[in-house]
Design a protein around this ligand. Structure first.
Ligand SMILES: C[S@@+](CC[C@H](N)C(=O)[O-])C[C@H]1O[C@@H](n2cnc3c(N)ncnc32)[C@H](O)[C@@H]1O
Length: 270
């Protein structure tokens, strides 16, 4: 993750990082890195596909939000939308998506790809919408891995969803926490405790976090979903498909054939 800030390499450590510090770090990191992210992954993501993660699982095949034909006319909130590729696919199915992200620069990429989608710059922990505004909510690796208090996000999502609405989100599979974030053989040996929830933090010279990732075990995530007021309908662990020969950071065909890289939680509002 490391990238120089004012000519200095951030220092990686493990320490606590609360909600304001995590949010500040995420906004800064994604603003500084949005260009690289879209350069590196834009072609794989496509301008208007809905890809759930580095394995390349496509919503057009997986239908985790429900059958594509049933999306027509639905109000959908995409959280941590980046350049809003998923929202663009949803709009093509006749849905009315709103793409929300914390990072101004990511949303500028959404504008660059362009098509008049509603874009909202806001933190997932405090959604600027009235109660019951949406039929569905989704997030492909957006926000959830980066927030200190995922239950707060889930409660916000619940509040803005209509009764029975689905909330489907993907995150780094929790088992990955125990392995080095490397795509090659060095990423195949357990190097840390799966049970250690102390966040991964990169900090600058002043000790301020510039990147934060929060770990939850699989059990924690299930409990968070329930505490947020949702019923867990499915937990999808996409297998690495034979057509995908692309590495994405620590995700690779080598590792993807042995351990899961992504967990997708399919939830319904109680
Ligand atoms: C890994 S990117 C995923 C972007 C997009 N969903 C995709 O699949 O390309 C994570 C996104 O989450 C956004 N994000 C991180 N923390 C957030 C927060 N607290 N609220 C809203 N968005 C956040 C980042 O700005 C970034 O665009």
């Amino acid at each position: 993750m490391s990238q120089e800030i004012n000519g200095t390499e951030p220092v990686a450590t493990r320490r606590n990082a609360g909600e304001p510090e995590s949010s500040r770090a995420s906004r800064g990191w994604w603003d500084r890195n949005a260009d690289d992210y879209q350069n590196d992954h834009g072609a794989f993501l496509g301008d208007d596909r809905f890809v759930w993660g580095p394995e390349g699982l496509d919503e057009a095949d997986a239908a985790l939000l429900g059958p594509a034909a049933a999306l027509n006319g639905l109000d959908v909130l995409e959280i941590g939308a980046g350049a809003a590729q998923c929202s663009r696919w949803l709009a093509a199915q006749g849905a009315r998506p709103v793409a929300l992200d914390l990072s101004h620069r990511q949303l500028q990429h959404a504008l660059r790809i362009g098509d008049g989608l509603p874009l909202v710059e806001a933190d997932a922990g405090s959604l600027p919408f009235r109660d019951g505004s949406f039929d569905l909510a989704c997030s492909a690796y957006g926000a959830v891995p980066f927030v200190a208090d995922p239950v707060r996000v889930f409660r916000e999502v619940r509040r803005v969803l209509r009764p029975g609405g689905r909330w489907v989100f993907s995150v780094t599979h929790p088992i990955r926490w125990a392995f080095p974030d490397e795509p090659g053989p060095e990423g195949l040996s357990v190097a840390a405790s799966y049970f250690d929830r102390v966040p991964y933090v990169e900090q600058d010279e002043e000790g301020d976090a510039v990147y934060v990732e929060h770990h939850r075990t699989l059990g924690d995530r299930v409990r968070d979903v329930v505490a947020g007021g949702f019923r867990l309908v499915d937990l999808v662990e996409p297998e690495w498909p034979s057509w995908n020969d692309q590495e994405w950071g620590g995700w690779s065909p080598l590792r993807g054939n042995l351990i899961p890289g992504t967990a997708i939680f399919v939830c319904e509002r109680e």
